[in-house]
Design a protein around this ligand. Sequence first.
Ligand code: IMP
Ligand code: MG
Length: 190
Amino acid sequence: MTAAKKILPPARWRGELERVLITEEQIARRVRALTTELQRDFAGRELVVVSLLSGTVMFLADLIRHLELPLRLDFIGVSSYGSGTETGELVFTKELKLDVRGRDVLLVDDILDTGKTIRRVTEKLRLLKPRCLKTCVLLEKKARRSEKVRADYVGFQIPDLFVVGYGLDYAERYRNLPFVGVLKPEIYRT
Ligand code: IMP
Ligand code: MG
């Protein structure tokens, strides 16, 4: 097995991040490809994009910016009161505002990990009777899946590492980084 080349984060972040996992350029290229896929798959339809707060901020903006489809945008707030890097009890902090009955809904999240979040949210959305419900995530960690869920659109498969940046946080920090980086275990163990 060949070890992937280790990309060091900018000096400012070297104390907290082990390495860059996905660069800004790689993200930009992949997100453009996802936009193209969505445009092809939903051609001629109007989408309701439902995005989960707050991890999707950057991904969502980049994903829909060049999407040439009529769409309406809404947000669901969901917080997981787990301990740091574990998914705990899910609490809805913002409810959907738009009526999605009979609509084509695209649910966007930052990362599919155990699957608890996507499962809970899709169950809730299905009760509202959309015509179709597809899910799109920037990242997927297959290693920790405990629920029987899948995403229809996936940006990148990643190994079982705790990552931050490009919207993803640890304790609400690091969302502003333009790349996805691996957090040093000593940061979340303390
Ligand atoms: P799941 O419910 O276990 O699938 O986890 C999904 C949620 O956990 C995501 O929306 C993230 O907020 C959070 N999460 C899972 N893995 C990571 C990670 O590596 N970095 C940051 N957040 C993560
Ligand atoms: Mg989070």
